[in-house]
Design a protein around this ligand. Structure first.
Ligand code: KIV
Length: 321
């Protein structure tokens, strides 16, 4: 288990508020599938956002607009299972996709309910300002925690004229500040601030009792969020200023695959250690079985079954309480 997760139990909106009060920064990441969610939770990530950014990084769309409720539910389920398979500590937040909440309050309520009920998310996120206060009030009243999202809101890409930094002039900055206050007042438990000047990020953070989570909003926010694939460097062409790369997966993944192809072509893979015999004496059985390049841990026990992909044979780590 990571040192970052060892300290705390299950992350809830109460825990997040406490973190803000104690000046402890919140680490949020996007996740879209079981395997990454499991690793993110093991590493101690506080919040996993199943972002509609999946339209771009998973589906290869130009923007987030084509994402549907069905896509979101499918990915929320996978992420919830990943967290559950690890420590169960991270909070899972599901993004409400474009036009699932904008046109009708009742439909918005139903769609948010589906992310919780079918998707197993623990909270929902929606983009927009004070115009969504009534929806936020209704959702919180029925027990659905809501994370707001203001600034550069990608679902309004066309209205904003592109992916552009927001709130640079005084008037726009004032409008974002009053949106932030209104959403907090309506009951949002947290607010994502995206693509705004760092001074504005700091002012909004100071003015709110709820935690702010920044992405391109400066260091004074109560927490930060990044798209996991950006942090890992999966796309070499995507280099915006607000992203810090902690890995170069594009190169590492290609190198690993290149080695695999080379060994398949040369016949070096599979070797005897990756192959089965018709008759296998029990002392010859492997203590760990590698499938798809992943070694399933056996802790000295004999492994009779074959692991599949990266599904672990034994459960991981203690559960958060
Ligand atoms: O969809 C998403 O991933 C997001 C985050 C970048 C905040 O909204």
């Amino acid at each position: 288990m990571s040192v970052h997760s060892a300290r705390r139990g299950k992350v809830t909106h109460l825990e997040l508020r406490k973190m803000k009060e104690q000046g402890e920064r919140i680490a949020m990441l996007t996740a879209y599938d079981y395997s990454f969610a499991r690793l993110c939770d093991q590493a101690g990530t506080d919040i996993l956002l199943v972002g509609d950014s999946l339209g771009m990084v998973i589906q290869g769309q130009k923007n987030t607009l084509p994402v549907t409720m069905e896509h979101m539910i499918y990915h929320c389920q996978a992420v919830a299972r990943g967290v559950e398979a690890a420590s169960g500590r991270a909070m899972v937040v599901g993004d409400l996709p474009f036009m699932s909440y904008q046109s009708d309050l009742d439909e918005a309520m139903k769609n948010a309910g589906r992310l919780i009920k079918e998707g197993q998310a623990e909270a929902v996120k929606l983009e927009g300002g004070a115009e969504y206060c009534e929806l936020v009030r209704r959702l919180t009243r029925v027990g659905i925690p809501v994370m707001g999202h203001i600034g550069l809101t990608p679902q309004s890409l066309h209205a904003l004229g592109g992916f552009k930094v927001q709130g640079r002039d005084d008037l726009a900055g004032q409008r974002l500040k009053s949106d932030a206050l209104a959403l907090a007042e309506a009951g949002c438990f947290s607010l994502v601030l995206e693509g705004i000047p760092q001074e504005l990020g700091a002012e909004i953070t100071e003015s709110l009792a709820i935690p702010t989570i920044g992405i391109g909003a400066g260091p004074e926010c109560d927490g930060q969020v990044l798209v996991i694939y950006d942090l890992l460097g999966m796309n070499e062409e995507f280099r915006p200023r607000f992203v810090k790369r902690y890995e170069n997966f594009a190169v590492r993944v290609r190198t690993a695959i290149d080695s695999y192809i080379g060994e398949v072509r040369s016949g070096a893979f599979p070797g005897p250690e990756h192959s089965f015999s018709r008759v296998e004496k029990s002392k010859d059985r492997p203590r760990a079985v590698a499938v798809g390049g992943v070694v399933a841990e056996s802790e000295g026990r004999q492994v009779d079954s074959i692991g599949v992909g990266c599904i672990p044979i034994r459960p991981l780590g203690p559960k958060a309480t």
